[in-house]
Design a protein around this ligand. Structure first.
Ligand SMILES: [Zn+2]
Length: 315
């Protein structure tokens, strides 16, 4: 049975009809033209109706950034859309007459990776998505972990430095401030300021006025010592966070996703090394593997569709 997955992002809404093997059989996308709840709702309804034409659809899963309650119905809060305690599932159900679930976007992406990507052979997995910020998802005992109120697995806001850098969440010292794409840029700028191995970073910054993530990625690719050093420092922070997560959750696998993960082993190597150096009781238990995410752009829609299909089968 096929299901529809919708991923509401900051710049676009992506949608797809997905089969039970995680394969996209039809897809659609539209720009997110406004953060207005009614506009977003109308766009999602129109997209679902268009995708469902001529298909037998079991259910619809909608993924969005934000806090969603444990019954996958109400969006408590969304950073990009003006949703506060929005009963989004009920509204969509009323308009579409289909089974609906609403899921946090990082959870949906992690679930897709668990079912059809790098995590398909394990029962326990932690995914860290290294984009502008740090997102996360936890699968434990073949189940997606949501927490008691549905707001769990906010791995980017795990504290790694007490009293550290201020974070957008209001706390200080979150891993998002040390292990994200934004943190990589900060590290690269610090190296550019310091001269030495940062001189190529400094010359690019001077020529363009500002360093971008793309610049740092390109310099990593050509082996620039400054860019590689910034990436290693980033990996070291992420590895430390993984050691704490490993002690709590004991996963067989850590999956690293997001734009920065395109660096592959150049990022995984320092993560692994720092993980092993920070791992409590090392040597007394099996150690997890590290892998790069496989379902890059489609993970949100594929995961949302699969979670929706499983929900429909469970009722
Ligand atoms: Zn935070």
């Amino acid at each position: 049975m096929r299901a529809i997955g919708i991923d509401i992002g900051g710049t676009k809404i992506a949608g797809a009809v997905v089969d039970e093997f995680g394969t996209i059989v039809k897809h659609d996308r539209t720009p997110t033209i406004a953060a207005e709840p009614q506009v977003i709702e109308d766009s999602v309804v129109a997209m679902v109706q268009s995708l469902a034409e001529g298909e037998e659809i079991a259910a619809v899963g909608v993924a969005a950034a934000g806090f969603i309650d444990a019954s996958q119905s109400v969006v408590y809060y969304a950073p990009n859309i003006n949703w506060r305690n929005e009963p989004f599932r009920e509204k969509l159900q009323d308009r579409l007459g289909m089974h609906i679930i609403v899921e946090n976007d990082a959870n949906a992406a992690g679930w897709a990776e668990f079912r059809f990507g790098a995590g398909r052979l394990v029962s326990d997995m932690v995914m860290l998505t290294i984009g502008t910020g740090v997102g996360g998802a936890i699968v434990s005992g073949d189940r997606l972990f949501r927490g008691g109120f549905g707001a769990g697995a906010e791995l980017g806001h795990m504290r790694v430095v007490p009293g550290g850098l201020p974070c957008g969440c209001g706390a200080h010292g979150c891993i998002e401030q040390y292990g994200s794409g934004r943190a990589l840029l900060r590290l690269a700028n610090e190296l550019a300021d310091a001269g030495g191995i940062g001189q190529v970073l400094a010359s690019v910054r001077q020529r363009k006025g500002v360093l971008t993530g793309q610049d740092v990625s390109e310099l990593v690719t050509i082996g620039d010592p400054g860019a590689l050093s910034a990436l290693r420092t980033l990996g070291t922070w992420i590895g430390q966070a993984c050691a704490s997560l490993g002690a709590v959750l004991d996963p067989q696998l850590f999956v690293i996703g997001g734009g920065v993960a395109q660096a592959g082993d150049l990022l995984l190597d320092p993560i692994r090394q720092s993980f092993l150096e920070s791992l409590p009781a090392r040597g007394y238990h099996p150690e997890p593997s590290f892998a790069i995410a496989e379902l890059v752009n489609d993970a949100g829609v594929v995961g949302a569709a699969d979670l929706a299909r499983q929900y429909a089968e469970s009722i």
